[in-house]
Structure formats: C-alpha cells, structure tokens
Design a protein around this ligand. Structure first.
Ligand SMILES: Cc1cc2nc3c(=O)[nH]c(=O)nc-3n(C[C@H](O)[C@H](O)[C@H](O)COP(=O)(O)OP(=O)(O)OC[C@H]3O[C@@H](n4cnc5c(N)ncnc54)[C@H](O)[C@@H]3O)c2cc1C
Length: 594
C-alpha cells in the first residue's frame, strides 16, 4: 500500500469552502489563483508519492547513524531526496520573496506540509525545523542576521534547529542552565548541553543554524532571564559561506520509539560562538514565534499520520477476506467477504474519515487566518491574530490526539498484521506518538488554552469566535438540507459556551479546577471547531449539488458529515459533564494513597 496525496480534498477545501481567490488583495495571494495552486499541489503530490513515500520504511528500518567523529549519517536515499527537494524549490514555497522564497500563502504551504509529513514524517522534520528557525530569525533578528542567514535557509542550502530542552528542563524552561558569556566583540560564548534536539546533526545541508536558548551571566532567574542565540555549526566567512568549525558537537543520538529517520541529538556547546537574536533576556518571546509555528506544524503531523494510517487500513479492509456480512454474503464467489462489510470495521474507518476531513478543513481554515494576520484591514488582521493565539493549542493537541487514535484504530483494522512490521500500521502509530509530546505536551497545551488564551484581552478571541459561529448558524437556520449541521453546531457551541462560563467562575476561585477541566475543555473546543467545519463543507457540497454537479464525492461528503454529527459529536456532552465535576476527587488523594 502506497500513500496517495489527498489533492482532491485539498482543492475542495481551498476552492469551495475557503474560496481563497477572494483574498487576492493580499500580497501572498496575488499569485495564488486556483489554477496555480492546483498545479503546485499536483506537482507536490507527485514529488511526495514518488520520492519521499518510498523512503519512509527505509528511514524507519535504518535510522540515523552517529559516528565517534560526531557526524550523523541519515538513512539511504535521504540526501538525494533532500537535494531534489531543494532543487524543486519545495523548501522555499511559503517563504518571503525578499529572501528568495516563493511567497505563497500559508494555507497552500500547509497543504504541502501535510503531504510531506504523511509520506515521510521523519524526513519532513528537517525542512520543517528550518522553516521554524527562519520564522524566528525573520521576526527577531537584525537586518544583518537576516541577510546572512535567511536566503540560505529559505533555499534549504542551510538547515535550522531549535535548542530548548536540557536534562533538567523540558516543560519548565525557567530551569535552563546553558550559559552565554559576552566575548567583547559583539558575539557570545555558549556553553552547556541540550538534549533531544531534532535534526541537530546530519549530512543533508552544508551548514546547520542552531537557535539556542541560554542564560547570560547575571540574568534574572526563571523565564525572565533567557536569551536567544544563533549558533551556526560552521561560522560564516567573509563571503557568507561556511567557514571555521564552531565548537559544538553532537555527542550522540537517542534510541527511540519512532521517527527513526530523524536525528534526535545530544548537543554539546563548549564555548561555541553565538550571536544574540533581539535583546538579552527577551529570548523566549522570539522563540515563541518558532514554537507557535512548530506547534501548528505538529498538529499537521498528527493529522498527516492519521491520513496515511487510514489509507493503509482502508486498503487492507478492502482486501482482507474474513467472515460473512451480517446481512448476507457480499462476495459470494469468494471464501469470505472483505472485512469492510463488518459494521465494527466500518466504525473505525468512518471515525477516521469524518475526523480527518474536518480536521484538514480546520487546519487549512486556521492557516488562512495565519495569512489574514497580514491583512491591510486592521479589524480582520486583529481577529486573525486573536484566533491564531486561541486556536494554536487546539490545532496542536486536538489534531495529534485524534491522529494517534486514528493510527491506533488503523492498526486494529489490520488485526495481527498491523502489529507486525510487514505492514505500515506499526510505523505510523510509532511515529505519530511523539506528536502528543513534543512542542509542549498536550496537557500543557490544554493549560495554555484555559489559563492564558481564553483570558487574553478580556476573552476577546473566544467571544469573537462565538459571534462568528452564531452568525453562521443564523444565516443557515431553516435551510432544510443543512439543518442537522446547523443544529449540531448550535448545540456544540452552547456546550462550549457553558464550559467557558463554568471555567470563568470556578477556575479563578480554585486554579486546580481549571487544570482539571483543561483537557476536556480542549476536546470540547476541538469537537465544536470540527462541527463548524462540517457545516462549511456541507454548505459547499450542497451548493455544487444544487448547481447540477452529480459528483459522488459531494454526496459522500454529506453522508460523512452526518456520521460525524451522529457518532462523534455526542462526545461533547461527556466532556462538558466531566469538566464540570472540577478538581475535588481528582486532587483528593494524598501522594501516599496511590
Ligand atoms: C523525539 C523528540 C524530539 C524532540 N525535539 C526537540 C527539539 O528539536 N528541540 C527541543 O528543544 N526539544 C525537543 N524535544 C523535547 C520535547 O519538546 C520535550 O520532551 C517536551 O516539551 C516535554 O518535556 P519533558 O519531556 O521534559 O517532559 P516534562 O516537562 O518532564 O513533563 C512530563 C509530563 O508532565 C506534564 N507536565 C509537566 N509540567 C506540567 C504542568 N505544569 N502542568 C501540567 N502538566 C505538566 C507534561 O504534560 C508531560 O506529560 C524532543 C523530544 C523528543 C522525544
């Protein structure tokens, strides 16, 4: 079974649901006519299917190899594929033309990222991290730093990393110990150890630009004393080419459960030369640019693994013959029916299909708001910024939780074959698992949502989201074809609103109530957002049907949407009931009672 890019789904959302051509007034959309976007995504699909997907199992089996000279060799075929990606301009798709990028909107770039990640998640992390580092330097770097580093990172000639984690510090970045000492010439000397640094060392690019969080001597304790540094593997020479080797090495690789093709490195900095990005002690603010971008990227990874696993499970379910349909043989000539006839197998596949289609729409809808942050219309830009703040934790945690569940169900559909390494289900499940952990574990995303994002600017973002949903519901109330979708969204939003008010009253009174409610609240938000997307998709499908389009793709959309309303959305009530019980029993037992 080989992965096939869901180009038709992408085009349906971009054209029929989001109508991206309506944003042609924004610079990044100027060259994004649907014809152009279709050509790019079709070509991109070909690249990921033919070049990246065949290397996925190779990367899993071979992994990366560290040598005592501190070099890392990536799996067979990765270097050639990376060169092809650079030559094809795929790394530069969404980057600023001022630095050599193609300037396409995020909404198109995210569709491409999904395909790359489905085809080969471990490979996709190399250019993915580079793009995050590019965004951080673009947001916080000096003009000279941008001129020196960004063109090479945009092309993919140089790659990037993000160095936060240390042995004693993961979620709590206030515990960072890596030191930075001013060298008197404008540069700093960075010393310390970072762990689990993705793409920290490899043989794909000519230089690696590490973004490192460190503490300047005498800086305040905690997160207020953290600064961000550019620490390149090779120091750029007078011509901006890789020169002298910097004093940093990869001290080893981590043995791990999945993404074997991506090097997860211990990085040792021994008075390495680095340059401050922005101001001292303000590092976390700039790093958040990279982290927010990366969080959306991780949500995309979760969805992408779910899609690839679903495709594999569907192919297996059509092929594997076991038992007979409860309503009589469907394959009377054969010894048994394909397992797709069994309602319980259907349940797993329909769950996946209904969540993936709406999840993809949510991911692209959110990416469009990423683009709209740059709208000349300030009201539109502010709303988009509010949404990005509010929804980033939902995209990250909800899509990865659901993606992993889909991968687990895909293994179940495969039966024992899925647990063996003869089928790809095992790799998808293993690769997907990290998405729930890195870039801020999902529980921490949920805390960010209830603790910071809801309350920001007096709750402006969530109120604006409720108003948008109310307006959509109002516009379609009474439309017979859409009524189940309208009712579903109205009900989901009412439950989300009730949960939000409950949090406002009970979370302030006892912060443990907010913590105890956070994951259920995030899932309730995710369900509401996906119901919202189903209304938008049903509306788009119906409009085409009403115009005489009899494509079965459109009627299947409506059936899948109704399945979501009947069999997935009811979980919203469970989340509301659970979160309203608060922290009492959750926190009651003393540690010794466990
Ligand atoms: C394969 C891989 C690649 C990685 N790549 C990178 C990278 O490129 N760069 C980088 O800097 N790091 C990277 N990491 C590190 C990763 O981001 C951290 O593992 C992650 O942020 C969690 O930190 P931790 O492992 O220290 O868990 P801990 O912080 O020890 O947390 C353990 C558990 O406790 C929970 N928890 C902790 N604090 C709280 C709290 N206040 N409230 C509620 N729950 C809490 C967490 O949700 C988690 O479930 C990578 C890790 C792996 C495994």
């Amino acid at each position: 079974m080989t992965y096939r890019a869901p180009t038709r789904e992408h085009l349906f959302v971009l054209r029929d649901v989001l109508n991206i051509e309506a944003y042609a007034n924004l610079p990044s959309f100027a060259d994004a006519s649907m014809d152009t976007v279709e050509a790019i995504l079709t070509e991109g699909a070909k690249f990921v299917e033919e070049v990246l997907a065949p290397l996925n199992a190779v990367g899993d089996k071979e992994g990366c190899v560290w040598s005592a000279d501190n070099t890392v060799k990536t799996p067979t075929g990765f270097k050639a594929a990376y060169d092809q990606m650079v030559e094809g301009g795929w790394v530069a798709l969404g980057s600023d033309p001022a630095f050599g990028g193609q300037g396409l909107p995020a909404v198109v770039n995210v569709a491409m990222s999904e395909m790359i990640s489905s085809a080969n998640m471990a490979f996709g992390m190399y250019p993915g991290l580079t793009h995050g580092a590019y965004e951080a330097i673009r947001a916080g770097g000096s003009d000279a730093q941008k001129a020196l580093y960004l063109p090479k990172m945009v092309s993919g000639e140089w790659s990037g990393t993000m160095n936060l984690t240390e042995p004693q510090c993961g979620t709590d970045l206030g515990l960072i110990r890596t030191k930075a000492a001013p060298a008197g010439d404008g540069s700093y000397r960075i010393s310390g150890q970072k762990i689990w640094i993705s793409a920290g060392e490899h043989d794909l690019s000519k230089n690696i630009v590490h973004l490192v969080l460190a503490r300047v001597e005498g800086a305040p304790q905690g997160v207020k004393g953290i600064s961000l540094f550019i620490v390149p593997k090779f120091l750029p020479d007078a011509n901006g080419e890789p020169g002298e080797r910097n004093s940093l090495v990869c001290g080893g690789l981590e043995e791990k459960m999945g993404i074997h093709g991506n090097a997860t490195c211990v990085m040792v900095y021994d008075e390495a030369k680095g340059w401050l990005v922005g101001e001292e002690n303000q590092g976390l603010r700039t790093m958040f640019v990279m982290m927010n971008e990366a969080r959306l990227g991780v949500g995309v990874q979760g969805l992408a693994q779910g899609e690839a696993a679903y495709q594999a499970a569907l192919a297996f379910a059509k092929d594997r013959l076991q038992g007979r349909s409860l309503t009589g043989p469907k394959n009377p000539e054969g010894p048994a029916d394909p397992i797709l006839v069994h309602p319980d197998v259907r349940r797993m596949l329909m769950d996946a299909k209904a969540v993936l289609e709406a999840g993809r729409c949510f991911m692209l809808w959110t990416a469009l708001h990423g683009d709209l942050q740059h709208s000349p219309d300030e009201a539109q830009a502010q709303k988009a910024r509010d949404y990005m703040g509010l929804l980033t934790p939902v995209v990250k945690a909800y899509l990865t939780d659901r993606g992993f569940k889909i991968c687990s169900d895909a293994m179940q559909v495969h039966g024992g074959s899925g647990f063996t390494e003869h089928f790809p289900a095992s790799q998808y499940l293993r690769d997907c698992r990290i998405t729930l952990i890195y870039e801020g574990a999902n529980g921490v995303q949920a805390l960010d949502l209830v603790g910071r994002k809801l309350a920001a600017n007096g709750g402006r973002a969530v109120m604006s989201y409720f108003a948008e949903v109310d307006q959509l519901v109002g516009e379609h109330e009474g439309d017979a074809g859409l009524q189940p979708f309208v009712d579903g969204l109205k009900h989901a939003k009412a439950q989300l609103q009730e949960a939000t008010y409950w949090l406002m009253q009970n979370g302030l009174q006892n912060p443990d109530n907010a913590g105890a409610a956070s994951t259920d609240y995030l899932h309730l938000f995710g369900l509401t957002a996906l119901t919202h997307m189903w209304l938008l998709m049903a509306k788009a499908a119906q409009a085409r049907i009403a115009a005489g389009d009899h494509d079965p793709f459109l009627s299947a959309k409506l059936v899948t949407g109704r399945y979501f309303l009947e069999r997935i959305l009811p979980d919203a009530g469970g989340h509301l009931a659970k979160l309203k019980t608060g922290a009492e029993t959750l926190m009651a037992l003393p540690a010794e009672a466990f």
